[in-house]
Structures are given as structure tokens and as C-alpha cells.
Design a protein around this ligand. Structure first.
Ligand code: UGA
Ligand code: MN
Length: 256
């Protein structure tokens, strides 16, 4: 089955670097379709060009996060969920595209929500390809922990190892689960709640489609870390700004 990877992305200095790293990881994965959704009122040439040159099968979408739901400069990053509208747009496209069966296989697939800044082992994609409903695994360097993970006993998920509010319905990071396309299509209303309180975005989607007992542990009964919640430092532009003030800034025609 094809793995549909839904990635929200937004314009910033490191965007092309993040998307380059991500796309070159995906090139190592067979049967992957990248659904890249820009948080923007229009598709940007930078992203369009990167996709066209990527060598990947892809769909390029966009939807802007409404202003009242978007983080403002100076807001702490946890105040509002990020990427919710974009993931929902990816789901909308997928449901529309796969609705009319093009063939027996068109409803076979796996959906994974991959943020543009994390680090993914190509082995992770082998693990998720057999997802029946929802598969789960550990995520490294997340939630103020070395890792968070579902705890597996007798082949079943019985609780979650997390440092914060373990009572959440699904205390999992976005990077820690995949859903079968069949499940996405069978639950046409399942989506991400852009107004979810901090830490409840993943639960807002998963609650509608699966129970804890049904979760399918992967990565050796959730004993291996194959994805890391890395975050990229914001580059400083002190010198650039100083030179620009003298009319000597870098050439805007050079895409970075
Ligand atoms: C954590 C989780 O790993 C995310 O999956 C979750 O969406 C987020 O918290 C949240 O609480 O909303 P974190 O590293 O803090 O992630 O979030 P980012 O990586 O900054 O953003 C997640 C995704 O949304 C990224 O793919 C990013 O490119 C995208 N994004 C971010 C937008 O599309 N628009 C924005 O304004 C900001
Ligand atoms: Mn991130």
C-alpha cells in the first residue's frame, strides 16, 4: 500500500532546508505520496519548484490558518496548535481523491502526519506500512523527555510513558502514529481541532477513529526510536540586516 505523508509547512528562513532534508529522506521510501500543504493564502514558487524537482510523487495544496488561530510574534509556541487546518486540508483532498474507486487498490494505503522539521528513519515507513487501523511507536526528544512511548504488555498498548498529563485520551505526539486510509475514509468527519487545548490536538483526531485497545504497536513493541521531534534553531540575521541598511544585503534573487 501507498504511504500518504501529509506535511504542513510555512514560509520562514529554514523552510527550504527543512523540505530538502525531508524530501531526500522520502526518496528512500518506496510507494510514498507526499501531500505538502502550505500555510499560505496561495502556493509559493519556492515550494512548487522544490516539489517539481524532488523526484517524488506529490500533491501540492495550501490553506491559510485564520488570523485568530495563528501564533502572533511573541506568543509562546504552545499557545495555539500549529498545522491543524493544513492537515485537515490534506485529509479533505485524500477523501475526495480516493472516494470514487479507481481500482481495487485505491482505498489501500496508510496516512502519516509528518511535520517538516522532525527527523525520520526510513525504517519507520516499513513499520507503518502494515497499519490496519492505527499503528503507534515511540518518538524521541519530545515532551521534555528522552522519548515518549506507548507501553506494551502482551502485544497490546496498556498505557503511555509520558511526562505530562498521561490522562489525555491519546498522549502521543503527531509523529508517533499512522492511520490506515480505510480508517480515514470510514470516518469522514475525523479531523484535527484547531481550537484544541495544548497537547490535545492528536487526541482530537484519534478519539474519533480508534480506542487504546485497538492500537497496533510497531518498532519492536515500541522499544525502538525511529523518529525524533527535532526543532531547528531560528537563524540570526543580524549581519544581513546591518548590510541591508547600507544597501549591501544579499541578492533576493538567490533562493535560500
Ligand atoms: C508539536 C507537535 O509535534 C506538532 O505535531 C503539533 O502540531 C504542535 O506541537 C502543536 O501543538 O500544534 P512543534 O515542533 O511545537 O510540534 O510544532 P512545529 O514543528 O512548529 O509545527 C508543526 C507543523 O506545522 C510543522 O510542519 C510546521 O511547518 C507547521 N506550521 C507551523 C504551519 O503550518 N504554520 C505555522 O504557523 C506553524
Ligand atoms: Mn516541530
Amino acid at each position: 500500500p501507498t504511504i500518504f505523508v501529509i506535511t504542513p509547512t510555512y514560509s520562514r528562513f529554514v523552510q527550504k532546508a527543512e523540505l530538502t532534508r525531508l524530501s531526500q529522506t522520502f526518496l528512500h521510501v518506496p510507494q510514498l505520496h507526499w501531500v505538502l500543504v502550505e500555510d499560505s493564502p496561495h502556493k509559493t514558487p519556492l515550494v512548487a519548484g522544490l516539489l517539481a524537482d524532488s523526484g517524488l510523487a506529490y500533491t501540492h495544496l495550501h490553506t491559510a490558518t485564520p488570523k485568530e488561530r495563528k501564533l502572533q510574534d511573541g506568543d509562546p509556541s504552545w499557545l495555539k496548535p500549529r498545522g491543524a487546518e493544513q492537515r485537515n486540508e490534506g485529509l479533505r483532498w485524500l477523501r475526495e481523491d480516493r472516494r470514487a474507486p479507481q481500482g481495487a487498490d485505491s482505498q489501500q494505503g496508510v496516512v502519516y502526519f509528518a511535520d517538516d522539521d522532525n527527523t525520520y528513519s526510513i525504517q519507520l515507513f516499513q513499520e507503518m506500512r502494515s497499519t490496519q487501523r492505527v499503528s503507534v511507536w515511540p518518538v524521541g526528544l519530545v515532551g521534555g523527555m528522552r522519548y515518549e512511548r506507548p507501553v506494551v504488555e502482551g502485544g497490546k498498548v496498556v498505557r503511555f510513558h509520558t511526562g505530562w498529563r498521561p490522562s489525555r485520551p491519546f498522549p502521543l505526539d503527531m509523529a508517533g502514529f499512522a492511520v490506515s486510509l480505510k480508517t480515514v475514509l470510514a470516518n469522514p468527519d475525523a479531523c484535527f481541532d484547531g481550537n484544541a487545548p495544548m497537547g490535545f490536538l492528536e487526541s482530537s483526531f484519534l478519539q474519533g477513529v480508534v480506542t487504546m485497545e485497538e492500537l497496533e504497536p510497531r518498532a519492536d513493541n515500541c522499544s525502538k526510536v525511529l523518529v525524533w521531534h527535532t526543532r531547528t534553531e531560528k537563524p540570526k540575521m543580524k549581519r544581513e540586516d546591518a548590510l541591508q541598511a547600507q544597501g549591501l544585503g544579499s541578492d533576493n534573487a538567490v533562493e535560500v
